[in-house]
Design a protein around this ligand. Structure first.
Ligand SMILES: [Zn+2]
Ligand SMILES: [Zn+2]
Length: 133
């Protein structure tokens, strides 16, 4: 965990902007098929308490897609940027696509999840691998 007071992030077009007040988790790369298809590669996310994340004008462009009822992906409906992942099993937290945070984030990538579902072109970095989410 790394304290990043007042972390800010946004999508490519700037239509969705957010702030995180609290602590951010280190980054986990998720290679599961859903995350792979959603992002076009793997989903590199930090996460924060839902209550600590405030999205400006949340209803304007932030759109949620639910490939299954218990998990949704949040993206900008104008530029298509991947922004968030949210699970009903961990409803108190929200995963944040780490590349949408303004650097420096102070974060490190610490794990790779579901590498068995990565595509065949994927070059495996030297990270601890977990088949879990
Ligand atoms: Zn956008
Ligand atoms: Zn995933």
């Amino acid at each position: 965990m790394s304290e990043v007071p007042g972390a800010h992030g946004r999508c490519l077009c700037g239509g969705v902007r957010y702030k995180v007040r609290g602590e951010l988790r280190e980054v986990i790369n998720c290679h599961c098929e859903r995350c792979r298809r959603f992002t076009g590669h793997h989903m590199a996310t930090t996460s924060a308490k839902l209550d600590d994340i405030s999205v400006e004008d949340e209803d304007a462009l932030l759109t949620w897609f639910f490939p299954v009822p218990e998990a949704g992906y949040g993206f900008c409906s104008r530029c298509g940027s991947s922004l968030f992942w949210q699970s009903s099993e961990a409803a108190a937290r929200r995963a944040i696509c780490a590349g949408t945070l303004d650097p420096p984030t102070g974060l490190r990538t610490v794990q790779a999840w579901w590498v068995s579902q990565a595509s065949d072109y994927h070059v495996r970095p030297d990270l601890p691998e977990l088949e879990t989410e």
